[in-house]
Design a binder for this molecule. Structure first.
Ligand code: NAD
Length: 470
């Protein structure tokens, strides 16, 4: 075991009486321990955030922005250390780990370019009506394990910029970078403005039912999102839910197969396919189906999968054992139903590794098509009629993102308008920016993150009617 990770509560390092084990997914071995917050620790964090709120709310926005920039700089200054730790706890190979750490710092800085608008709904001789957007109070931030640092930054930036205080909880599978970041950035803010607590499975429900929170900003699975919403209903907490997806990409027959194959592959398998907005169903026109399938299969065989700490590996393990077991069960189901699996190259025997796998034109109602695999299993689905491909792409409870691939950008854009998702990419994928809201349709989400709309999710409107002198 190594490392000494403490929580951040009220501007100080706080240990917990109990700890949770943290495993390296590339080996399956425990290598560190994280604090397991008890309800008393949660109360301390909520109390600290509650006390800090009035002063932080009244701090000029320019000062709040300056504090966020300072926090971003503290992360950047420790990017190498954080990236090495990220590889150990999350599993992603080092280049991707570095991208996430610097991406999080960049995102925090970019958030400070946003401003909170004041809407004027009337400015007549009689009066002026101003709608201000005021902070909510203490925010509960809950983050998953697939992009633990970036998705934490997506909450820290807008929550604090808007004038709220925050209690942030990473996933029990990836608590370490977030705890370390708490330590690095706590000095940038007054005590109690940012609190980072960690714990096991019991901590999330304790947080969502805690009466001290005005809002829950949650990123995770749709199943957990439903539980969070139920829990929030008790005292009508405000909610943002960024949930699961089963994103479809539609590939038209005019693409240059060799030119797009690797981009399509990466769009599905980046981070070992543990990306909410990854391509999870690939609809390929029959005219190019065989050629593209063979090209993708070759990439699956060629691109190296292994320990992210070893140079040259493009894809790492599945992040945790329960997720690994879920993906294996999905593959067993596919085999039991006689589906054709096209496997990639060999993977290490120890750790949570699964070969990158394509499923050759499975029935539309098979589990690998209907369920979010959240692991390296990609169904390839043949179509001949574009209307049929769009209908199949939309036939899901999810609606996070989608993609269309064609040389005819106009035709692709017309298809984009017909996809029931919050984001559609044309001839690209996995793109998001600090200025563009990510908003899942249907059961992929409730509310949005990023951009001014995402920032306003951390506020409530307040209308002020100001009379003018007669
Ligand atoms: P998860 O729902 O199991 O866990 C997410 C977080 O919620 C963790 O911190 C967990 O400890 C906590 N949690 C678990 N049960 C809880 C409860 N009852 N109440 C409150 N909190 C609870 O999700 P995961 O397996 O960590 O992440 C994978 C899922 O997240 C996938 O479905 C993926 O698509 C989704 N995701 C969505 C986005 C997005 O922006 N829409 C981004 C990343 C991941």
């Amino acid at each position: 075991m190594s490392g000494n990770f403490a929580m951040t509560i009220d501007g100080r390092a706080v240990e917990a009486a109990q700890t949770v084990e943290v495993r390296n997914p590339a080996t399956g071995e425990v290598f560190a321990a994280a604090p397991d917050a008890a309800v008393e620790d949660l109360d301390l964090a909520v109390d600290a955030a509650t006390r800090a709120f009035p002063k932080w709310r009244d701090t000029p926005i320019a000062e709040r922005k300056a504090a966020l920039v300072k926090a971003a700089e503290a992360i950047e200054a420790h990017a190498d250390e954080l990236a090495a730790l990220f590889v150990k706890e999350q599993g992603r190979p080092l280049p991707g780990a570095k991208m996430e750490i610097s991406g999080a710092a960049m995102w925090l800085k970019a958030t400070t370019m946003l401003d909170i608008p004041i809407d004027i709904t009337e400015d007549s001789e009689k009066r002026r009506v101003e709608v201000h957007h005021v902070p909510l109070g203490v925010v509960c931030g809950i983050v998953p394990w697939n992009f633990p640092v970036l998705l934490a930054a997506w909450k820290i930036g807008p929550a604090l910029l808007a004038g709220n205080t925050l209690v942030l909880k990473p996933s029990p599978f990836t608590p370490l970078c977030t705890l370390r970041i708490g330590e690095l950035i706590r000095g940038a803010f007054p005590a109690g403005v940012i609190n980072v607590i960690s714990g096991g499975d019991a901590l999330g429900p304790l947080m969502t039912s805690h009466p001290g929170f005005a809002k829950i900003s949650f990123t995770g699975s749709t199943a957990t999102g439903r539980r969070v919403m139920e829990s929030a209903a008790k005292d009508l907490k405000r909610l943002t839910l960024e949930l699961g997806g089963n994103d479809a990409a539609i590939v038209l027959p005019d693409v240059d197969v060799d030119a797009v194959a690797e981009q399509l592959f990466e769009g599905a398998f980046h981070n070992t396919a543990q990306v909410c907005v990854a391509t999870k169903r690939l609809y390929i026109h029959a005219d190019i189906y065989d050629a593209l399938r063979d090209r993708l299969h070759q990439l699956a065989k060629d691109l190296p999968v292994g320990d992210g700490a070893e140079q040259g590996n493009r894809y790492g393990p599945i992040q945790n054992e329960p997720q690994y077991r879920r993906v294996l069960a999905l593959l067993d189901d596919a085999r039991a139903n006689g589906l054709t699996l096209l496997e990639g190259g060999p993977v290490p025997e120890r750790g949570y590794f699964v070969p990158l796998t394509l499923v050759d034109n499975p029935p539309e109602d098979s589990r690998v098509v209907v369920e979010e695999a959240f692991g390296p299993v990609l169904p390839l689905l043949k179509f001949t009629d574009v209307d049929d491909a769009i209908a199949r792409a939309n036939d899901t409870e999810y609606g996070l993102a989608g993609a269309v691939w064609s040389r005819d950008v106009e035709a692709a854009t017309a298809i984009a308008h017909r996809l029931d998702t919050g984001t559609v990419w044309i001839n690209q994928n996995l793109q998001s920016t600090p200025f563009t809201p990510l908003a899942g349709a249907k059961q992929s989400g409730f509310g949005q993150e990023n951009g001014v709309p995402g920032l306003l999710e951390f506020t409530r409107p307040k209308a002020i009617f100001i009379p003018k002198a007669a």
